[in-house]
Design a protein around this ligand. Structure first.
Ligand code: FAD
Length: 541
């Protein structure tokens, strides 16, 4: 259970071995790794856990078939290593939280014999690089009849496809499970706490950080032996706070997705489009009962502003997917959209094209300030990234305890199995779709939500009739998951904001009412928060 007030008290009064700045996948992964090694860990997050890139990814746990192709075309060993890292980590990501991550079949359409042979050999190589294949079936060249079952509604001209397997995760909930697991292992974590500035000694070495609790608007100081910068696209601003002489290295790139409801929502497989008009890979992936189509890749000039899926992203993604479908999708079928910033590292200043920059990670130690920065990387490799960063810190602190996250089950995973939902359904007499949803999102903690619903009939009601989300989940999110704002719940504790703007707007007033009761907001505060949420720019398509 996450207790923010208690954790704030500890942040103010304790001294830590390491203070992690940023609560995305990189920061949360580092907090768990360091806490398991016995370090005294603090983690602060400016907004909510996974509020930035880590909650807005394509949600694939993969080595990256595109990077494999580039590795061979350009004879690039670094790209090849990155693919190997991804494939090696895939099994740990899936194995450590099977309620939140699972295998996903992806079909690459084949239009002629030569391209079929090319993709088939590529995917055999991809499978070959995966150690023990992570329990995934091997890739296969699949005929039309089977393909139509896997992905109904495909363009009739597509006669076959190469079907292979990667993983899919619920990124924001996985991020939260890492935070919960870190907290359970002793890390002191808090959201809505922002790094403002560092205090340094005469040599420039950081001794403490001044941070702002953005809920109470009060500043305080955190003492730690090492500060670890895990702020993703914002990493340069923290590096420059530590040492203004450092050269910026982050080149953020915007990636957008749109979600549509369509007959293909029954698809049990994703579609990989190997070449878009701008020469990239795009995906159409079943997610939460919708089809998620993405992604774009464009340089972002102002990483301070939250990116969102705009009209041009929507048009581009519809133009990309439509040639592959029997009935083209229209703008009216788009139910929502979202965008994130890739924290790409660009060590060469003349590399202007973001799709050509390596997505692997880098651990930087600034000699003058002592700041350690974990830069770049991707969701799939968060554990390896954390291991590399915490190894550096352990070395500095003289704490030589090895990493133990490879097979560390995350919050909610212990005792969970794919038919866990049946147990909750039978015990708490709830609808099957609700028990399936609770088991898949909360793992074994689903029983706590189910109990809340059982104890109060009002909380057993759905937030919106079309979806399995219960009012009890709002209470649970506030009491146990540090949800403090309407958006924390609608966007990250459940994923309704990502999948359907209309349903999200319909659910928001009731979410606000329950949160106001739980958090003691006045009627005026509740209305102001609701108005601010519903008029936010990201609801525009
Ligand atoms: C569109 C898109 C699709 C992607 N798809 C995939 C995919 O399918 N698979 C995959 O493996 N990877 C994918 N990635 C990459 C992956 O999502 C990112 O590499 C990863 O999530 C980055 O995590 P992070 O923790 O470094 O950054 P973030 O998630 O951005 O976390 C950094 C955190 O630091 C906080 N912060 C910033 N400044 C401060 C401060 N001053 N004080 C306190 N906190 C601060 C921010 O609020 C933020 O929450 C995708 C990325 C994008 C953009």
């Amino acid at each position: 259970m996450l207790n923010r007030n208690l954790n704030l008290e500890l942040l103010r009064n304790d001294a830590f071995d390491v203070c992690i700045i940023g609560g995305g996948s990189a920061g949360a992964g580092c907090a768990l790794d360091a806490a398991l090694r016995g370090m005294k860990v603090a983690l602060i997050e400016k907004t909510d856990f996974a509020a930035e890139t880590s909650g807005k990814s394509t949600k694939l746990v993969h080595g990256g078939v595109r990077y494999l192709e580039q590795a061979f075309r350009k004879l690039d060993l670094a790209q090849l290593n990155q693919v190997k890292h991804g494939l090696q980590e895939r099994r740990f990501v899936l194995g450590n939280a099977p309620h939140l991550a699972r295998p996903l079949a992806l079909a690459t359409p084949v239009f002629n014999w030569w391209s079929g042979v090319y993709y088939f050999l590529g995917l055999k190589l991809y499978d070959w690089f995966a150690p023990g294949r992570s329990g995934m079936p091997p890739g296969k060249w699949t005929g039309k009849r089977k393909l139509d079952k896997l992905f109904p509604g495909l363009n009739k001209g597509i006669r076959s496809a190469i079907v292979y397997y990667d993983g899919q995760l619920d990124d924001a909930r996985y991020n939260l499970a890492l935070i919960q697991s870190a907290n359970q292992s002793g890390a002191v974590v808090a959201n809505y706490v922002e790094l403002q500035e560092f205090s340094s000694d005469r040599s420039g070495a950081i001794t403490a950080a001044t941070v702002l609790d953005r809920q109470s608007d009060t500043a305080f100081s955190i003492r730690a032996r090492v500060f670890l910068n895990c702020t993703g696209p914002a990493a340069d601003s923290v590096r420059l706070k530590a040492n203004p002489e450092l050269t910026p290295v982050i080149k953020p790139s915007k990636g957008a997705h749109i979600l549509v409801s369509m007959p293909q929502q029954k698809a049990s497989c994703a579609l990989l489009i190997p070449k878009t008009a701008d020469n990239r890979v795009a995906f159409a992936i079943p997610f939460e009962g919708r089809m998620m189509i993405g992604t774009t890749d464009e340089p972002c000039e102002n990483p301070e502003l939250e990116p969102y899926a705009d009209r041009s992203d929507t048009d581009f993604l519809l133009e990309t997917i439509n040639p592959y479908l029997e009935t083209p999708l229209s703008r009216a079928q788009v139910t929502s959209g979202f965008a994130g910033l890739r924290p790409l590292v660009n060590l060469s200043s003349n590399n202007k094209h973001t799709k050509a920059i390596l997505r692997d990670h880098l651990v930087e130690q600034d000699e003058r300030s002592g700041l350690v920065s974990l830069l770049g990387g991707k969701w799939t490799t968060y554990r390896l990234m954390a291991k590399d960063a915490v190894d550096v810190i352990a070395n500095r602190l003289g704490m030589h305890i090895p990493c133990s996250t490879e097979n560390h089950l995350l919050w909610g995973a212990n005792g969970w199995s794919p038919d866990f939902y049946k147990k909750i359904q039978a015990e708490y007499k709830i609808d099957e779709d609700v028990s399936q949803h609770l088991a898949d999102k909360y793992g074994t903690s689903a029983v706590v939500v189910a109990r809340l619903a059982q104890e109060d009939p009002l909380l057993s009601e759905r937030l919106v009739t079309e979806q399995p989300f219960l009012k009890a989940e709002v209470v649970y999110a506030v009491r146990h998951e540090m949800a403090l704002e309407i958006r924390d719940f609608l966007s990250r504790r459940i994923r309704l904001e990502l999948t359907d703007f209309r349903l999200c707007a319909a659910a928001a007033p009731e979410v606000a009412r329950i949160m106001a009761d739980e958090l003691g907001w006045s009627p005026g505060q509740k209305e102001a928060r609701l108005h601010e949420y519903l008029s936010a720019h990201f609801f525009t398509l």
